[in-house]
Design a protein around this ligand. Structure first.
Ligand code: HEM
Length: 264
């Protein structure tokens, strides 16, 4: 029987496993079938092979934002505790469902705050202007490659008070959203080339984060000091953590909610 307690996992491998549980909450596995992690990995591989095209664009952005959300939550235990107050909405006898998300206001604020500090695509995808133009007094020749420095916009003190603090409260009750209308928060871009999967991406992040927080208590391996947790980013189109986060999940719910049985 796989134990969910006290095993250290390399983050991305774990998140792939949890993704399957999150994707297929209705498919439960009978405890007696004793499905092992290797079998689960095989199923995941098959599922991801099958729908590779649809998921490729979204998988790296998604894992990046979930990883940074966890880093910030581990660094801010009070926020983590408050986030797990979603117990009040969901209880302990089922996992979080998509229909719960609109009620999870604090979780939504955490997601926005993580997008604010750690936009997964920090310069957006390169854009090109057909015609020359003036922007903020600068001449931009036609056919320039334009990179929007979202990372800097999101950290601009003109847009946010104490912009570098991880403070989900700033978005509680705020009308600022991530849908491309509020230029101080543009994790999915804006305008004609905005991420076409914005709604899907947003709900994926909200629901997986909610499920991970509700289903597990999290801590760092060994006695690793949270203050010393490396915060550097790997530089590419997305900005995952340079050193992948390692965490120890401890089950918070009844065991039968963690396993899936029939072959998917
Ligand atoms: C957390 C999740 C996601 C984030 C933060 C995100 C972010 C972005 C950003 C910033 C862009 C570029 C927008 C611009 O340059 O103005 C983009 C483009 C794109 N995204 Fe997403 N994305 C996410 C999930 C997804 C998912 C799940 C899919 C597909 C299933 C997807 C498919 C695409 C595609 C196809 C483009 C290119 C659109 C174009 O060039 O016109 N994204 N995304």
């Amino acid at each position: 029987m796989p134990s969910m307690n006290n095993f250290v996992v390399e983050w991305e491998r774990f998140i792939m496993k949890v993704k399957v549980l999150a994707f297929f909450p209705a498919k439960r596995i009978d405890d007696s079938k004793n499905v092992r992690h290797e079998e689960l990995s095989f199923l995941i591989q098959r599922i991801f092979e099958d729908c590779k095209e649809g998921l490729m664009a979204g998988s790296e952005t998604f894992t990046t934002i979930i990883e940074w959300a966890f880093v910030e939550l581990l660094k801010h235990p009070k926020v983590m505790k408050k986030a797990q107050d979603l117990d009040d909405v969901v209880g302990h006898q089922r996992i979080v469902d998509e229909k719960d998300v609109p009620q999870l206001k604090y979780l939504q604020a955490i997601v926005k705050e993580t997008f604010h500090l750690h936009p997964p695509v920090p310069t957006l995808i390169p854009h090109e202007n057909f015609e020359s133009c003036e922007v903020g007094g600068y001449h931009v020749s036609a056919k320039s490659m334009i990179l929007v420095n979202l990372w800097d916009i999101h950290r601009n003190p003109c847009a946010y008070e104490n912009p570098l603090d991880f403070n989900p409260e700033r978005f509680v009750g705020s009308v600022i959203d991530v849908k491309g209308n509020d230029f101080q928060l543009l994790p999915f871009g804006s305008g004609r080339r905005i991420c076409p999967a914005l709604s899907l991406g947003l709900i994926m992040v909200q629901i997986y984060l909610a499920r991970l927080l509700h289903s597990f208590a999290w801590k760092l391996p060994r006695e690793e000091n949270i203050e010393e947790l490396d915060m550097s980013e790997k530089s590419s189109l997305t900005t995952p953590k340079a050193i992948p986060l390692q965490v120890i999940p401890n089950a918070r719910l009844p065991f039968h909610l963690y396993v899936t049985s029939q072959h998917i």
